[in-house]
Design a protein around this ligand. Sequence first.
Ligand SMILES: [Zn+2]
Length: 466
Amino acid sequence: MSNRYISQLVWSRVHDFHLTRKKIERARKKRLEHLWKVATEYVPGQQERLRGAQAGNLKDLDPINKRQMMSDPGAYVNQRILHDLQISREDLSAHLLGQKTVATIEEKIRITKTSGTTGEPGLVLNTQATWNRQQAWMIGRIGRRSFPLTRVLGLKQYRIAYLILDRPWMINNQIANTSQRSARSMMDARTFSIEQPPSDLHRALSDFQPHFIMSYPNILVGLARARMQGKFQWDPEVLLSSSDLLDPSQYKEISDAFPKTTICNMYASSEFLPIATSCRLGHLHQSEDCCIIEPVDTEGNPVSNGEFSDHILVTGLLNDFHPFIRYRMEDEVRFIEAPCPCGSPLPVLEIRGRRNPEIPVKLGNGHVKHLNSRQVRMAILKTQTFDRFQVICKPDIWLVSIYPEVQNDHELRQFDLQHRSVISHCLEAFSEQHGLNQSLQIKIDFKRLDLHDTRNLKRKLFIIEK
Ligand SMILES: [Zn+2]
């Protein structure tokens, strides 16, 4: 397994040195044809929608969303591969519906869970092969500018630090584990939990002195501030920001603190690795040969060139086990028509809305503290007893509505009785950890969700009121 991972890594890296428009278009066409064929023949959940469309013509196809694909997750995977893996569709569905925290099935299928920024829970499935393929392309694209081939070939051992939330089913954890397990000869990759106090985190990093750090933008900004304050002296070679939108002010703050370091930005999701990676000029280049992005308006029609989309439809070209074809994501993006002076043949993509807002809390001394909603989300989901929730955030009070998976009011009351104290405890601990317990009140309410109400599809996780 690890040899295959490494050979794919080297191949994607070499391939990227000689990338041309022609090669991108050829790869895209070939992969889309393959995906289409596989989905038509072996993916029961996709067959009906593909039947009405002309092969390879995405525009003919109705979009699909997370909820549709989650209605019967076992039906949306490639049954031929499933058969080869000697797993039955029934067993797969039982696994997916029954287990909340498992991250693999018999080491054959990897499960990534997306709590998502829209509050809709989802699962993404990969075999070792599709996972390795996506990892290799992702690292190939990042490596295009951030580490020399001698690194990839392991001629000098590379120290990598993943500063992430420690949850086995989250994509960043799985990326970290893969590099730890599959490429041990080439790199010393370690995970550092961002839930520890920043001073402990900085001390642990100073001991390790990583060449490469991957984390969320707000954590990298924290690191940049600590560096400016002289809390440590070393410089990594590369800082990679992923998961949330890295805005220009954050980019500047990080590059000012680490002038010798290459700052890299990656736009990806649990479903699609990689969507886009930044060049030396800070522009995001879309990996058109790995996934196809269609920016559309509220009605689902293509937006004109240079216009921001309401949402996007994404087709992933690397995962033929769990194909996502014209899959709706809520990001606001646009393509920039002018070619980038960096010379990359990949088109430039600009993102405006990745919906992980900052949440302001008014402190007792009158100051306002901004919290990253990702961390709030993880604190709320910590008990792993439910997936859906919504928070109305006012400066001094959060109204948390929790929607457990229950059939009736009786079950809802039972859930409330069993879980309220643990959930409250998690939130109190979070509040205390961030020094908010004097200023912020948190109210929890348990509710039933009407799954047939389509308005819930666009429900925001955090509604921020001033
Ligand atoms: Zn560029």
